[in-house]
Design a protein around this ligand. Structure first.
Ligand code: MSP
Length: 661
C-alpha cells in the first residue's frame, strides 16, 4: 500500500477563510480521512501563501510591515480548519525558513540544469493573480479575465525559466500519465494549452521586496508561484543534496502517491509550470492534480461588494460542522461548479439527515431497541433470516463496494449517493419487516433478527460516513455501543464482513443525531444568517396574517361548511403500499363499529409506525374513492407547503368520533 499525500492549495493570507477555501480544505480532509480509514499511511498538508506584491501592498494599507501583517492574518486559517475538523498533519507558511531554504535549493537545481537566464520582462501584470498576461489573453480595455480589474504594464529585469523547452516533454508526460489531471475535460484544456507552445516564464521580480531572495542576486525576489508551488516538497523536508528527507522519501511519488487538490482557476500553474520546474530539477512530478469547480452563493458569485462573502463560522454555529461538511460534499459534484444555497442546505438537512439517517436511528434505536429490547443489541437469529434480510445484506455489500470505488477515484458526492442508497434500503427494510407488528405478535426471535440486521447496517453506515462527518459518525457509533473510529496504519476498517456487531451491547440514544427543524426554526436560522426568507414562505405567512382584513374570495356559507363531517380519529395501523412512494394505507378508528380504511398521501413525510396511536382529523363523509386498487373512505387533514407536510392533530384527549367544527 503506497503512502498517500494529499494537499490543498496554500491560501493567500490576505483574505479570511471563506466557503470556497473551506471547500478545498474539507475535500482534502475527506480524502485524507478515507485513506487513513483504509489503513494507508497518509499525510495531509495545507498552509498559506504569504509572499508577493499583493501582500506587500495590503500590509502597507494597514501600516504594517509585511511579516507582522501575515503573522496577524495566519491564525484565523488554523482556527477555521480546526473548527471544520480538518485533520491536517502539517501547516506550512511560505515565510518559514524551512520553506525558503527549499525554494532556494529548487532554484539552484533548475539553474544548474541550465534552465534559468537573465532577461527583461515587459507585459501586463495582474496583481490579483500575481501573473502576467499577453494582450490577447486580456479582456477589452486591458482588464484581467479573472479579476475583472485593470492590469498594470510592468517592465523589469527578470530571470526566466526555459518553459518553452518543456513543451514536448510535458506533452509526452501527459501522454504517458493519462490520469495526471482530473476531471478529464480539464486535462484536455491543459493539453491543448501546452500544445500551442509555451513561452519562457518570468520567475523573478525587482519591483518589490516581499519574497524569497534569488540565490546570488539579492536584487531579485522569486516569482510567487515558483515560491508557492515548492511548498508541497518543502513540507516534506525536500529531496536534499545527497540524501532526501525521510518524509520526502516516504511520500513523494518515487514511493508514494501525491494528489494536489486545487481549484480550476489555478490548474495551469499546477499542471504545466509545476511539473516543468520539477522535471528541470530532476524531481518526479506529483501523481495527480484534481481540479474542483467554483462555488457560487445562492446563485451569485461570492464577493465582498455583493455582501455575500460567506465565512464558515456562522454556518457551523447554525448547523454544526458535520452538516456543513456533508452538504458541501454531497451537493456539489466534485470537479464541477456548484452553488451553496442556504435553502438547499436546509432541504438536505431535513431530507437526507433528519428524515433519512436520523429517522432510521429514531425508529430502531430510540424506539424499538429502547422500549422492547432493554436497550441492548439483540443476538442475530440466522434461523429466522428471510429474503428481505438477505436483500439488505446484499444492498450493504453493493453500496460499500460502490462507495469504495468512488472514493478511490475521488468522487465523494457519488460515494455519498451510494451510502445514502443504503440508508434508504435500511429504512425500507424496517417498513417491510414491520418490527412493531412482530412485537405485537410476540415473535421475539424474528424481532431479534430484524433489529440485529438493521443495527449492523447502521454500523456499516457509521464507518462509511466517518470521513465526511467524523463527529456525528462517532456519536452514531456511541448510540450502537461502539467505540469511535480509530484509523490505524495497516488496518483496513472499511466495512466488508457482515455480522461484526456484538450482541448484548448497551445502546444509547439520549439525543437525536439530526433533530428535524420545523418551519419556524428554519426561518429563524435563515434570518440569523442574514438570508432573505423565500418569497414563497413570506407570501404564505402574509396571507395568513392578512386573512381577517382582506376581502376573501370564494366564500361559502355556514350551511355549506356544516355539510362537512370532520371527526377525530385514532390511527390504528399504517403501512406502505407497494409501488407507491406517496401513499400510506391507514386504518382509523372514528368511533364506528370497525376501523375505516383510507389512503393518505403522506408517505414521504411520515414513517408508518410513527403514526400509530396519533389522533388526527378526518373528513368522514367524503365519497369513497379507489386509488391503486384500494378503497379510501375518507381523508386525513394535513397542512403543507412546498417543503413540508404535517397532519392535523388534536391538542388534548377526546374519544374517536368526536366532531370537529
Ligand atoms: N495562493 C494560491 C495557491 C497557491 S498553491 C501552490 C491561491 N490562493 S487563493 O487563496 O486565491 O485560492 C486558493 C483556492 O481557493 C483555489 O484553489 C481556489 O480555486 C479556491 N477558491 C477560492 N474561491 C473559491 C470559490 N468560490 N469556490 C471554490 N473554490 C474557490 O490561488
Amino acid at each position: 500500500m503506497k503512502p498517500f499525500y494529499v494537499t490543498t492549495p496554500i491560501y493567500y493570507v490576505n483574505d479570511k477563510p471563506h466557503i470556497g477555501t473551506a471547500y478545498s480544505t474539507i475535500a482534502a480532509d475527506v480524502i485524507a480521512r478515507y485513506q487513513r480509514l483504509r489503513g494507508r499511511p497518509t499525510r495531509f498538508l495545507t498552509g498559506l501563501d504569504e509572499h508577493g506584491l499583493k501582500l506587500e501592498r495590503r500590509a502597507r494599507e494597514d501600516n504594517l510591515d509585511p511579516k507582522s501583517f501575515v503573522d496577524q492574518m495566519a491564525p484565523p486559517f488554523r482556527e477555521a480548519w480546526a473548527e471544520l475538523n480538518c485533520s491536517y498533519d502539517d501547516f506550512i507558511r511560505t515565510t518559514e525558513s524551512r520553506h525558503q531554504e527549499q525554494v532556494q535549493k529548487l532554484w539552484q537545481r533548475v539553474a544548474a540544469a541550465g534552465d534559468i537566464y537573465l532577461g527583461h520582462y515587459e507585459d501586463w501584470y495582474c496583481v490579483g493573480c500575481e501573473a502576467f498576461y499577453t494582450d490577447k489573453e486580456l479582456l477589452p480595455d486591458k482588464i484581467c479575465p479573472q479579476h475583472k480589474r485593470p492590469v498594470e504594464r510592468i517592465r523589469e529585469a527578470s530571470y526566466f525559466f526555459r518553459l518553452s523547452k518543456y513543451t514536448d516533454k510535458l506533452l509526452a508526460f501527459y501522454q504517458s500519465h493519462p490520469n495526471f489531471v482530473r476531471p478529464e475535460g480539464r486535462y484536455n484544456e491543459v493539453k491543448s494549452f501546452v500544445s500551442e507552445g509555451l513561452r519562457d516564464l518570468s520567475i523573478s521580480r525587482t519591483s518589490f521586496r516581499w519574497g524569497v531572495p534569488v540565490p546570488d542576486d539579492t536584487e531579485h525576489v522569486m516569482y510567487v508561484w515558483f515560491d508557492a508551488l515548492t511548498n508541497y516538497i518543502s513540507a516534506l523536508g525536500g529531496p536534499g543534496d545527497d540524501e532526501p528527507a525521510d518524509l520526502y522519501k516516504e511520500y513523494w511519488p518515487q514511493n508514494g502517491e501525491v494528489v494536489h487538490i486545487v481549484g480550476k482557476d489555478i490548474l495551469r500553474f499546477h499542471a504545466v509550470y509545476w511539473p516543468a520546474f520539477l522535471m528541470s530539477a530532476g524531481i518526479e512530478p506529483p501523481t495527480q492534480i484534481w481540479a474542483h469547480g467554483w462555488l457560487t452563493v445562492n446563485g451569485e458569485k461570492m464577493s465582498k461588494t455583493l455582501g455575500n462573502f460567506l465565512t464558515p463560522r456562522p454556518l457551523i454555529d447554525a448547523f454544526g460542522v458535520d452538516v456543513l461538511r456533508y452538504y458541501l460534499m454531497r451537493e456539489v459534484a466534485f470537479g464541477q461548479d456548484g452553488d451553496f444555497s442556504h435553502k438547499n442546505l436546509l432541504a438536505r438537512y431535513n431530507g437526507d439527515l433528519a428524515n433519512g439517517l436520523g429517522n432510521l436511528l429514531n425508529r430502531v434505536i430510540a424506539t424499538i431497541v429502547k422500549k422492547n429490547l432493554d436497550g441492548k443489541v439483540p443476538p442475530a437469529q440466522p434461523d429466522e433470516a428471510c429474503d428481505a434480510d438477505r436483500a439488505l445484506v446484499e444492498s450493504a455489500q453493493r453500496c460499500a463496494s460502490e462507495a469504495e470505488k468512488l472514493m478511490d477515484s475521488i468522487a465523494p458526492h457519488r460515494a455519498l449517493d451510494a451510502i445514502w442508497e443504503m440508508v434508504g434500503a435500511a429504512n425500507k427494510y424496517v417498513d417491510s419487516t414491520a418490527p412493531w407488528n412482530l412485537i405485537k405478535e410476540g415473535k421475539k426471535k424474528r424481532l431479534d433478527q430484524v433489529v440485529y440486521t438493521v443495527l449492523e447496517a447502521i454500523r456499516w453506515i457509521s464507518i462509511m460516513t466517518w470521513p465526511f462527518m467524523p463527529a456525528k459518525s462517532d456519536e452514531l457509533r456511541g448510540q450502537l455501543g461502539l467505540t469511535a473510529v480509530m484509523p490505524t496504519a495497516g488496518v483496513d476498517l472499511w466495512p466488508s464482513v457482515w455480522g461484526a456487531l456484538a450482541s448484548g451491547k448497551q445502546t444509547c440514544c439520549n439525543q437525536p443525531l439530526f433533530p428535524r427543524f420545523d418551519k419556524t426554526q428554519e426561518r429563524e436560522i435563515l434570518t440569523r444568517l442574514g438570508v432573505q426568507v423565500s418569497e414563497a414562505i413570506e407570501a404564505k405567512s402574509k396571507g395568513a396574517v392578512a386573512n381577517g382584513t382582506e376581502p376573501q374570495k370564494n366564500q361559502i356559507s355556514y350551511d355549506e361548511f356544516a355539510k362537512l363531517e370532520l371527526k377525530v380519529a385514532t390511527i390504528v395501523s399504517a403501512e406502505r403500499i407497494a409501488k407507491s412512494d406517496k401513499l400510506l394505507l391507514l386504518k382509523v378508528d372514528i368511533g364506528e363499529s370497525s376501523p375505516r380504511q383510507l389512503l393518505a398521501g403522506i408517505a414521504e413525510y411520515y414513517a408508518p409506525e410513527t403514526l400509530i396511536g396519533k389522533k388526527v382529523v378526518v373528513v368522514a363523509n367524503l365519497k369513497p374513492r379507489k386509488l391503486m386498487g384500494l378503497e379510501s373512505n375518507g381523508m386525513v387533514l394535513a397542512a403543507s407547503n412546498e417543503q413540508a407536510l404535517y397532519i392535523l392533530t388534536v391538542d388534548g384527549e377526546l374519544p374517536p368520533g368526536s366532531r370537529v367544527s
